[in-house]
Write a protein that binds this ligand. Structure first.
Ligand SMILES: CC(C)(COP(=O)(O)OP(=O)(O)OC[C@H]1O[C@@H](n2cnc3c(N)ncnc32)[C@H](O)[C@@H]1OP(=O)(O)O)[C@@H](O)C(=O)NCCC(=O)NCCS
Length: 174
C-alpha cells in the first residue's frame, strides 16, 4: 500500500497535494501510453534499489554501492520516482531526489529518465513535480550540479548557471 499512498499525478495544479492526501484515487493519466499504460509519480522511498541501479545503468552512470545509495535515499529530503504502470505491473522509468536544510535550501541530485522514455517531456515533468514539492515546503533556493551536456535542459526549466557570478566549488580528497 505504501507505494500507492504516495502516488501522485503529473497534472499541473497550483497547490500540489500534500503527502497525506496522496492516494490511489489521485491516479490519473499524465500521458497515455500504448496498451493503456499510465505514467505516474510517487514520493515513496521504498524503492527496489536493484531496479534503480538498472535505470542508472541504462544511462551509463557509474555503479555506486547499494548500501550508500540506500543511505542517500533515506536521508534525502524528497525523492520522486516516475513509473510506467500497466495493470498491476509497474516499471521504474525515472528518478530524482533532493537534499535540504528543510528551511531555505535544497539541492537536486540523480535526475534520470530511462532512454526509452527520453525526449517525450517526462524529464521536464519529473523536474516540475520535484520543484513544485519543494516550493510547497517553502524552500526557495534550489540548486543542482548539471553535467555539461544537460545545462540547456535545466536552463529551459529556469535554472541559471553562475547567477551573479557565483561559482560552484568542489573539494575532493587527494
Ligand atoms: C537529462 C534528462 C533527465 C532529460 O529527460 P528527458 O525526458 O529526455 O527530457 P524532456 O523530454 O522532458 O525534455 C524537456 C526539454 O528539455 C530539452 N532537453 C532534453 N534533454 C536535453 C539536453 N541534454 N540538452 C538540452 N536540452 C535538452 C528537450 O528538447 C525539451 O525541450 P522543449 O521543452 O523545448 O521541448 C534525460 O535525458 C536523462 O536522464 N539523461 C541521462 C542522465 C543525465 O544526464 N541526467 C542529468 C544529470 S545532471
Amino acid at each position: 500500500m505504501g507505494f500507492w499512498k504516495n502516488l501522485f499525478t503529473g497534472a499541473e495544479t497550483d497547490t500540489p497535494p500534500r503527502d497525506k492526501d496522496l492516494s490511489a484515487k489521485t491516479l490519473t493519466e499524465v500521458s497515455s501510453q500504448d496498451r493503456g499504460a499510465q505514467i505516474v509519480f510517487s514520493t515513496e522511498r521504498d524503492i527496489d534499489l536493484y531496479e534503480l541501479e538498472e535505470l542508472c545503468d541504462a544511462v551509463g552512470w557509474a555503479r555506486r554501492p547499494i548500501r550508500k545509495v540506500r543511505k542517500a535515499i533515506e536521508h534525502s529530503f524528497l525523492v520522486v520516482t516516475m513509473w510506467e504502470v500497466q495493470g498491476n505491473r509497474r516499471r521504474l522509468i525515472g528518478f530524482a531526489r533532493a537534499t535540504s536544510d528543510h528551511a531555505f535550501n535544497a539541492t537536486i541530485w540523480d535526475v534520470v529518465v530511462h532512454p526509452d522514455y527520453q525526449g517525450k517531456g517526462f524529464g521536464k515533468t519529473l523536474m516540475k513535480q520535484l520543484i513544485k514539492k519543494l516550493r510547497s515546503e517553502d524552500i526557495s533556493n534550489v540548486t543542482l550540479f548539471a553535467d555539461p551536456h544537460v545545462v540547456d535542459f535545466y536552463r529551459n526549466l529556469g535554472f541559471m548557471p553562475d547567477p551573479e557570478g557565483i561559482k560552484g566549488m568542489f573539494w575532493y580528497p587527494d
